[in-house]
Write a protein that binds this ligand. Structure first.
Ligand code: TXE
Length: 477
């Protein structure tokens, strides 16, 4: 059976007390591996390694071009190992292999982007009328604790590790206890390509004590977290005890608005992607779909037909587009919401819970729920789309914004003025017009309200992962 240890000081190790936990394959529902159960002392060991690497190691002191070269070397290695990395995510969380390969490519790009970004965006110069000249400097912040979720195990981890190490910090990543495989392997690859010890540590284990020990450690200078809104609040409170700045990317309940004048084929294609890709386990999912009256029936007919076409099966089998949910716990959560839909007067067009004992919830489309019904308001984080109709633009905007979350929204229209008008009225960190999931890493990523605190991406990551400094120099006396 495979084992995923901690990577501390560039070496894969067991927990100090030898503790391990089982790792499941959600498609077979069997244990396929074990991982080290990190305790408070293991967390301390990982932080101490990162601290030493930061305080006296070469990483924060090397030239920016050299650091970029190291990170590109890791990215090259990941590309050589794409099958292994994607296979791990696919086995570990039932992500269809094709989607897992896409995630590896996106992870590689995260490393390459931030490697180059830190090399090319290291400061600004401001000539002053007073005869001085002022420049900003972006030095590394120190030790970064990164805590990542299970829905995009490698991609979300890389989104945190890449800017952290690129800007000269050292890092401890704690992957979700549900998906330790690909991130541990990434730590192994970093050691293989010769990263200085302590630059990238991997700590496996549960939220408590592994994660909570990291966030509470006074040697940690930054905390970056992606997960549930509830845990995010605990993480922020813990980091506040030693005033470590936090970046939180939390849940979502994305609105997807389809206007009468939309290109229907395009809108249906993206509506399916937005809620059924990764079995809906995406913070950005289009889980609240608003369709204008004039096209409602036609849209629903096409949307339901496309949802039913998705090939459900073994995530490793060619052609599979949709598979099981990532864990028994998560299956139970999603199943609970599906059960409520009809109890609360909703109508299910297609989908529902598989009856074969698997952890599959089929692509589910429903409407007819009140605007305060739990499956409509709360984050299900599964393949469940709740649809509503609207009559005009103002009503669509009002309904879309009527949520505690505000991570993202989508809108489909061929009317250019409306696209701009509605985009600017939506309370969300990202708005996609006539598309979904496309990112430019230079732009801000994050959410408002219960969807998070802060933004990452491009210069936003630079500001979070560095200690910006102003230097004012007298030029003329
Ligand atoms: O999340 P947690 P869970 C949402 C989604 C999902 C729900 C629960 O709705 O159904 O959250 O998922 C670590 N200190 N999202 O239980 O608890 C934990 O070990 C420090 C949305 O998996 O937030 C894991 O590594 N760390 C989301 C990570 O936090 C702690 C993605 C996330 O776990 C900790 C995932 C603590 N006290 C879930 N407790 C998104 N935004 O994409 C837990 N952790």
């Amino acid at each position: 059976m495979e084992f995923f240890g901690h990577i501390i000081d560039g070496v894969e190790v067991e927990s100090l007390d030898g503790g391990r936990f089982d790792v499941y394959n959600p498609w077979t529902r069997e244990v396929w591996a074990q991982a080290a159960e990190g305790g408070a002392q293991d967390a301390r060991r990982a932080v101490a390694s990162a601290r030493t690497a930061f305080d006296s190691g070469p990483w924060p002191r090397m030239g920016r071009t050299e650091r970029a070269r190291w990170i590109h070397k890791l990215a090259d290695r990941m590309e050589e190992k794409v099958d292994e990395l994607a296979g791990y995510d696919s086995t570990n969380m039932a992500k269809p292999l094709e989607q897992a390969k896409h995630d590896v490519a996106r992870s590689v790009w995260n490393f390459r982007f931030f490697a180059d970004h830190q090399r090319d965006h290291c400061g600004e110069v401001f000539p002053m009328d007073s005869g001085h000249h002022c420049y900003s400097e972006f030095g590394p912040a120190g030790v970064v604790a990164a805590i990542s979720p299970w829905n995009f195990p490698l991609m979300m981890a890389s989104w945190k590790i890449a800017p952290a190490i690129a800007w000269g910090n050292t890092c401890i990543i704690k992957p979700s206890e549900d998906t330790p495989a690909s991130v541990t392997h990434l730590g192994r690859l970093a050691a293989e390509v010769g990263f200085p010890p302590g630059v990238l540590n991997v700590l496996n284990g549960h939220g408590a004590p592994a994660g909570s020990s990291l966030t509470a450690d006074w040697d940690v200078d930054r905390v970056t977290f992606t997960g549930s809104s509830t845990t995010g609040k605990a993480v922020m409170a813990s980091a506040a005890t030693h005033l470590a700045p936090v970046s939180l990317e939390l849940g979502g309940k994305g609105a997807n608005i389809v206007f009468d004048d939309a290109d229907l084929d395009n809108a249906v294609y993206w509506a399916v992607e937005a809620i059924f890709r990764n079995a809906g386990q995406i913070c950005l999912a289009g889980s609240r779909l608003f369709v204008q009256d004039g096209i409602y029936d036609e849209f629903m007919k096409r949307f339901v037909a496309k949802a039913e076409e998705l090939q459900i099966g073994d995530p490793l089998a060619p052609g599979t587009k949709f598979s099981a949910l990532s864990s028994r716990k998560h299956f139970d959560k999603v199943t609970g919401y599906v059960a409520q839909i009809e109890e609360l007067g909703g109508h299910i067009y297609t989908g529902g819970v598989a009856t074969d004992g698997s952890w599959v919830v089929r692509p589910t489309v429903a409407d007819g729920l009140a605007l305060d019904a739990a499956p409509y308001c709360e984050e299900i984080f599964g393949p469940v789309c709740i649809v509503n109709r609207f009559t005009d633009e103002a009503e669509a905007v009002r309904m879309a914004n009527d949520t505690r979350y505000g991570l993202n929204a989508m809108l489909f229209t061929e009317n250019l003025s409306r696209a701009h008008r509605v985009s600017s009225q939506l309370r969300a960190g990202t708005v996609w017009v006539n598309c979904f999931f496309i990112r430019d890493l230079r732009t801000p990523f994050g959410g408002v309200g219960d969807s998070g605190v802060g933004r990452e991406g491009g210069n936003f990551s630079r500001e979070f992962f560095t200690e910006p400094k102003a230097v004012v120099m007298q030029i003329t006396r």
